[in-house]
Design a protein around this ligand. Structure first.
Ligand code: PBG
Length: 322
């Protein structure tokens, strides 16, 4: 009997659900037992709002534990990873991606189009706020914080004070709460965050045996989509700190697999909304992402913040607006 692989995880319900799912997949694919090891991050200990800490605090404790060899691998929500790759670590697998779209949870089963002017809609992401404003529906968009349960409680239950919240569909699905979604938002209206719905399975770059084991979990189309979206984000971060959205779809075309990447840069008040797309082959995913970002910058993505100033909750040390 081989020693169990140690999978480091945060203790939050979402992290535990994701890690448990990956642990089961590793055991199913390789026959190796996996043990969950809870890692407490500065983000879990602190009561400061996430936008003050930066999403990176949730990630760095797991990475420190990897480097210190107290765990063998870790599972991250890919969209929470800073675009700069750390030395000595490697994303060994991108498992099949969940539905990357955002979801509306509204009172009385309402859809987005059924919300009246002035409806109070909560979201924690500057990208979602910007796109909600861009709809021109006079929504009263309110920043919200906390875990998924806390956010849903703003819409139903004794302390509900909002008409709707917008969350990632994938997070709700992983927590078994997708049944509360009243509309899954079309990416034409609400383009998701780069890598939303995808997981990153990370281990030490020199752990050859584990890299090979974990490769069994990798899903090539999901990896290509995430590679294109993150290349777009990384290129834009250099020149622009406005909310960024990106979504790549992989489909079978006439001449083999095709990637269709959409990207958007939106001012926080929604008055400036730049959207472009590009197609190519999945093998060129990174180049397609970079090229689309360059096109967005050429059209003024870097000037989109302009008058709004840059004080919103998306102002984080790693550039993430999620
Ligand atoms: N920053 C929060 C966060 N990070 C990952 C998810 C779950 C969805 C995913 O894995 O992409 C969420 C919740 C949300 O955005 O509603």
């Amino acid at each position: 009997m081989t020693a169990p692989l140690r999978l480091g995880t945060r203790g939050s319900a979402l992290a535990m659900a994701q890690s448990g799912h990956v642990a089961a997949a590793v055991t199913a694919a390789t026959g190796r037992p996996v043990e969950l090891v809870e890692v407490v991050t500065a983000g879990d200990r602190s009561h400061a709002p996430v936008h003050r800490l930066g999403v990176g605090v949730f990630v760095s404790a797991l990475r420190d534990a990897l480097t210190a060899r107290t765990i063998d691998f870790a599972v991250h929500s890919y969209k929470d990873l800073p675009t700069a790759a750390p030395a000595g670590l490697h994303i060994a697998a991108v498992p099949p991606r969940e539905d990357p779209r955002d979801a509306l949870v509204a009172r009385d089963g309402r859809t987005l189009a059924e919300l009246p002017p002035g409806a109070r809609v909560g979201t924690g992401s500057l990208r979602r706020m910007a796109q909600l404003h861009a709809l021109g529906m006079q929504l009263d968009v309110t920043p919200i914080r906390g875990n998924v349960d806390t956010r849903l409680a703003r819409v139903s239950g004794p302390d509900a004070d909002l008409d709707a919240v917008v969350l990632a569909r994938a997070g709700l699905a992983r927590l078994g709460r997708a049944g509360e979604i009243t509309e899954t938002l079309d990416p034409m209206l609400m383009l998701p965050a780069p890598a939303q719905g995808a997981l990153a399975v990370e281990c030490r770059a020199d752990d050859q045996d584990l890299l090979e084991l974990l490769a069994a979990l990798d899903h090539a189309p999901s990896r290509a989509a995430v590679t294109a979206e993150r290349a777009l984000l990384a290129t834009l971060e250099a020149g622009c700190s406005a909310p960024v959205a990106a979504y790549a779809e992989i489909a079978e075309g006439d001449t083999g697999e095709e990637i269709y990447l959409r990207g958007a840069v939106i001012s926080p008040d929604g008055t400036r909304d730049l959207r472009l797309s590009r197609t190519g082959t999945p093998a060129d995913a990174a180049e397609i992402g970079k090229a689309l970002a360059a096109e967005l910058l050429d059209l003024g993505a870097d000037s989109i913040l302009g008058h709004e100033g840059h004080t919103g909750p998306g102002t984080q040390q790693f550039g993430s607006t999620e």
